[in-house]
Ligand binder design. Structure first.
Ligand SMILES: NCCCC(=O)O
Length: 395
């Protein structure tokens, strides 16, 4: 079987980004393997939100660097046909006078100190941007103009195309069945179509990372968690593309919303979801009670949505770690193995930079940002990266 310099497992948005950056940084002989097709797993379920708002300082930097890629996507890829489907509508976040207020104030100040363009708005200014919402209970409102949303599937396929054009081999519908390890060092992978050899393997297996734990005997703290997304339609108050993405820390479910299709509202809760026994990106049931519960929260903030209809709904599965932040870097005890997993529902917005730093690490180059805060050992050391709003996909 053929030998490669680096093998990447998984061609979702993270794996495709890793592959692109490996080639861009000069790797000549790279193989990517995916059990299905490029971007077909959890990537295609992403809500696509792009923001640099985080309460964890390290995440702000990953998101900030990534935003500049999304904002110049075609030139970054050197492909004038490439598009990430960016809708640059900005990001509005609010808290009421409750336990989220001071964490929000702190996160906004920290973002500002990190050079993020940010404005503090009063309710009237917020209503100019998002006239379908009421801001009666808003004690603090932050606005990030350089933010919005994009299409994660388009990004994954564009990175994959860029990787292929630079000589990377991407093989779809190939299932990796185990790692080949000799004397504590990776030597390749065994797959449904035979063995492939490489001294470096990068796993971007997302919700399938528990398989890697089984192959290596190294604990990988990650749980697949299902989340539901609703698309609501309200003729009296369409959520247009010019209206910002909105994060409502004052709602019980810490809702996030954005325009969907230019007139509907995509909405979901930003809290802990349904843990699954088995990794599986299949669609799950969305109980009517859940729709009613989220609908009531939406109507509290968007009064006209009291009479909104449910246009569509779907589920997405997150690879959730104990602190809702990713694990990036080498796996102690298995030389040559690098991982990127545990994105906990906010990996898309970080994907360009994560792909680049994992590629840098694999090639023995200095990484643009330190991977130390994200290393696997943080869970044992108790150096968690938990966000200040608690568990959920804000971090
Ligand atoms: N997967 C949901 C991400 C929501 C957010 O970026 O706030």
């Amino acid at each position: 079987m053929k030998s490669y310099d680096v093998i990447v497992i998984g061609a979702g948005v993270i794996g495709s980004s890793v592959a692109f950056h490996l080639a861009e940084l000069g790797a000549k002989n790279v193989l990517v393997l995916d059990r299905e097709t490029i971007g077909a797993g959890t990537t295609s379920q992403s809500s696509g939100i792009l923001r640099t708002h985080y309460s964890v300082r390290e995440n702000v930097e990953l998101a900030q660097r990534s935003w500049s890629v999304f904002n110049n996507f075609a030139s970054y890829l050197g492909d004038e046909e490439a598009s990430c489907g960016l809708v640059k509508c900005g990001y509005l976040i609010t808290a009421a006078d409750d336990d989220k207020l001071e964490p929000l104030r702190g996160a906004l100040a920290q973002q500002k100190a990190q050079g993020i363009a940010l404005e503090l708005l009063d309710a009237a200014q917020a209503r100019e941007l998002l006239p379908i919402a009421s801001f009666d209970n808003a004690a603090l409102i932050g606005y990030e103009p350089e933010a919005g949303f994009a299409d994660a599937y388009l990004v994954a396929t564009s990175f994959a195309r860029g990787a292929r054009r630079r000589g990377v081999t991407i093989r779809e519908n190939v299932n990796v069945q185990r790692l080949l390890i000799d004397n504590g060092r990776v030597t390749g992978v065994s797959t449904s179509e035979g063995d492939y050899h490489a001294p470096v393997v990068i796993s971007t297996q997302n919700i399938w990372t528990p398989e890697l734990a089984g192959w290596t005997g190294v604990a990988m703290p990650v749980v697949p968690e299902r989340h539901a997304v609703l698309a609501l339609e309200c003729d009296a108050a369409p959520y247009t593309y010019s209206m910002p993405v909105f994060k409502d820390l004052a709602s019980p479910g810490m809702l996030y919303c954005r325009s969907y299709g230019g007139n509907q509202m995509l909405v979901s809760e930003g809290i802990v979801g349904e843990a699954l026994q088995k990794s599986d990106a299949e669609q799950g049931d969305i109980p009517l009670d859940y729709v009613a519960e989220v609908g009531a929260q939406v109507a509290d903030r968007f009064p006209a949505y009291e009479t909104a209809g449910l246009a569509s709904s779907w589920t997405g599965v997150y690879d959730v770690t104990p602190d809702w932040n990713p694990v990036l870097g080498r796996v102690p005890g298995v030389q040559g193995l690098i991982v990127g997993f545990g994105f906990s529902g906010h990996g898309f917005k970080l994907s360009p930079t994560v792909g680049r730093v994992l590629a840098q690490e694999a090639l023995g180059l200095a990484t643009d940002v330190s991977l130390t805060p994200y290393e696997l050992g943080r869970f044992q050391r108790g150096a968690l990266l938990t966000g200040k709003y608690g568990l959920g996909a804000v971090s």
